[in-house]
Design a binder for this molecule. Structure first.
Ligand code: TRP
Length: 320
């Protein structure tokens, strides 16, 4: 069993692709922005796991219940001896449901941007599934990637839960689906997609009473202080996450509470009082609008499952 962490080769230049490079570029823009993939260092990944357990964050529980309820049907669609490739694997909690139901899964290939975190969670998965070939890959799944095929005939199935697809603008989401389709070599893709619904409910999911989401958002600043020696005052920024109903998305910002300047890698950045830094979008779809997008990305949308309250959806897309 090979649980060595392999690093995916990088397609982008190190400058664009590093936290420092992204921060310097993003904070020089008007309006300022930071790419959301930098949320997920080890402490960000842990904070995100805490978000998934929050009472307001219905997405994780609902998706897990859908996976459990339809596991046998999903396993049949994936087929026997499949290699499951998970994009942005996180805590690996969800895939256990699939692995338990799958018929003789050949391999599990989790991709994640946080190497330290992936290493820990893969170790505990390996202990629970001793017969499974594990191929953890550290890297950014938004960059073009080719995963070497295992010897012998084998089908791949992609797994992309958590409505991470919603964190991309529709054009980028479509491009990402196209790239996944080519990574999967003709295999299908199981995607979790959060649905449009009562804006009050959506708002609550990204503005929890305990303030965990605020800590998660501000972890970007704390991470810049830890890793890059920046001097952000996390208390000088507010977490702000309104729902933009016209664009069907939650928009997340860090808003400067005062006029302040921050130094980062020898450069100074000025923030006006009330100035926003955009950190993430979370787009919501209807079941139909997501199926249309998947079809435009070259998939045949097949089965779709949702809960009684139509909070969340799971889509099985076949490559064509
Ligand atoms: N994919 C998750 C979502 O859009 C990511 C997420 C949930 C998130 N809560 C967050 C990202 C809070 C940043 C901050 O629902």
């Amino acid at each position: 069993m090979d649980t060595q962490l392999a690093r995916l080769s990088r397609g982008a230049s190190p400058q664009e692709d590093s936290f420092a490079g992204n921060l310097l570029a993003g904070l020089s823009k008007t309006p300022k922005e930071i790419a959301c993939k930098y949320f997920y260092d080890e402490s960000g990944s842990r904070l995100f796991d805490a978000i998934c357990d929050l009472p307001e964050y219905y997405q994780t529980r609902t998706e897990m219940a859908l996976l459990s309820r339809h596991a046998a049907e999903i396993a049949a669609l994936m087929g026997e001896g499949v290699e499951i490739v998970e994009f942005g694997a996180g805590s690996l909690r969800k895939v256990r449901i699939l692995l338990d139901a799958a018929c003789n899964p050949r391999a599990y290939t989790p991709l994640d941007i946080s190497g330290d975190y992936l290493c820990n969670v893969v170790r505990s998965l390996a202990a629970d599934y001793p017969a499974l070939t594990l191929r953890p890959l550290v890297g950014d799944f938004t960059l073009p990637l080719e995963i070497p095929t295992l010897p012998g005939p084998m089908r791949r199935a992609g797994f992309f839960p958590g409505s991470t697809i919603g964190n991309f603008k529709p054009d980028a989401a479509m491009a990402l689906l196209r790239r996944m389709r080519s990574t999967l070599n003709g295999g299908g893709l199981l995607v979790g997609v959060d649905l449009v619904k009562d804006p009050v409910r959506l708002h609550a999911a990204y503005n929890d009473a305990a303030g965990v989401t605020a800590l998660f958002n501000k972890n970007l600043l704390a991470r810049a202080n830890r890793e890059l020696g920046a001097d952000f005052d996390p208390e000088g920024f507010a977490h702000y996450a309104p729902y933009n109903a016209a664009a069907h998305r939650i928009e997340m910002y860090l808003v400067s509470l005062k006029r302040q300047s921050v130094s980062l890698c020898g450069q100074r950045f000025d923030f006006a009082q009330g100035e926003p830094v955009h950190t993430e979008d979370s787009h919501k779809y209807t079941m139909e609008s997501f199926r249309e997008m998947a079809a435009r990305a070259g998939f045949n949308p097949r089965a779709v499952w949702t809960d009684q309250d139509r909070l969340f959806s799971l889509h099985w897309l076949e490559s064509r």
